[in-house]
Design a protein around this ligand. Structure first.
Ligand code: DQA
Length: 146
């Protein structure tokens, strides 16, 4: 069965509590449960990870290099400055889609730039949790096309 890694970065464990005006009231567990339902519909399986630590995120990207068919990542604030996470994404051959819950382009200037997006197949921003669902569909369908 096709398997995809869903990786959430720093502060995303605070979803539901953290700036609800920006990120909403639903929690990371809610997100993972919704995605699990979607994965069952699509006939694939998901591995969920969340960390507040850059090195841990890099280690997981490497660890699953041979075991997953793709990665959905929300690197949180690391998006804007972590060349190390960018290099980790570039080091693996599976496709990566970057997701942001909020519309980073309507927020502070420092959020407008992603150092990680150039090494992904695409980026989805501002659609809330729906962005993760769409990323999963794109990965699954992309694989069926190839
Ligand atoms: C975020 C946007 C980032 O700028 C921020 O640092 C986050 C969350 C989002 O999902 O909208 O932690 O990645």
């Amino acid at each position: 069965m096709k398997t995809y890694l869903v990786l959430n970065g720093p502060n995303l464990n605070r979803l539901g509590l953290r700036e609800p005006g920006v990120y909403g009231h639903a929690t990371l567990t809610d997100l993972e449960q919704q995605l699990q339902v979607k994965a069952q519909e699509l006939g694939c399986q998901l591995i969920f990870k969340q960390s507040n630590h850059e090195g841990q995120i890099i280690d997981w990207i490497h660890e699953y290099a041979e075991d997953v068919n793709g990665l959905i990542i929300n690197p949180g604030a690391f998006t804007h400055y972590s060349y190390a996470i960018r290099d980790a994404i570039a080091s693996v051959s599976y496709p990566t889609i970057e997701v942001h819950i909020s519309n980073v382009h309507t927020r502070e200037a420092f959020r407008h730039h992603s150092v990680t997006a150039p090494v992904t197949v695409g980026q989805i921003v501002g659609l809330g949790f729906k962005g993760y669902h769409l990323a999963l569909i794109a990965l699954v369908e992309g694989e069926n096309e190839s």
